[in-house]
Design a protein around this ligand. Structure first.
Ligand SMILES: [Mg+2]
Length: 188
């Protein structure tokens, strides 16, 4: 297949448990920061620190990328997607983290056709993009607006999106089974 449709796959909290690592960094700024199971709102941090402090902590966590292990089912999930899609792994992180992101994917043999780091992934949406995998409520919403199928691991900060069209599961394996049964129903 020359022109495979594209799937855009997020990294943080999609391919590995970023929230746990971010929490460690946020605790260094403010000891009262709640644990991730209480992050019920994407912007939960605003009560505890400035935007600048938050994004510095985000960067410090990304600097340690090579220390993190992917979710157990991440490798298989990407291989399964690659049979039907061109896989674009895209992460909202600073440009300086492009190489470490690729090195990390290579270290764990996580499949990709291309890797992008950019502040707004919805800029990648075009008519070839047929699936988005992302836990961010903003990206879920943008995908829905563009009529692109979207799925996510379910978290406290995106549960509110589950009533909409977003396909949610507790793990990537669960998300993939739901996608498969939907494809079967639609005869794809
Ligand atoms: Mg994410």
């Amino acid at each position: 297949m020359v022109n495979k449709p594209v799937v855009i796959v997020d990294v943080d909290n999609t391919l590995f448990d970023y929230a746990a690592e971010l929490h460690k960094e946020l605790c260094k700024v403010c000891k009262d920061i709640p644990t991730p199971e209480n992050w019920n709102d994407w912007n939960f941090y605003t009560k505890y620190m400035s935007k600048k402090q938050f994004f510095e902590a985000v960067g410090r966590a990304h600097e340690r990328q090579m220390d993190f292990k992917p979710f157990e089912d991440a490798k298989e999930f990407l291989v399964c997607l690659s049979k039907s899609y061109r896989v674009c792994v895209a992460s909202h992180r600073e440009n300086r983290f492009l190489d470490v992101t690729k090195n990390w994917l290579d270290k764990y043999e996580l499949y990709y056709d291309e890797v992008c780091v950019l502040p707004d992934k919805s800029k990648l949406f075009n008519k070839m993009v047929k699936l988005v995998v992302d836990d961010s409520p903003h990206i879920i919403q943008e995908a829905e607006k563009n009529s692109i199928r979207v799925c996510a691991i379910s978290y406290p900060w995106n549960r509110v999106m589950s009533g909409n069209g977003c396909i949610m599961g507790n793990s990537l394996s669960e998300v993939y089974s739901k996608l498969e049964s939907l494809d079967e129903k639609e005869g794809n």
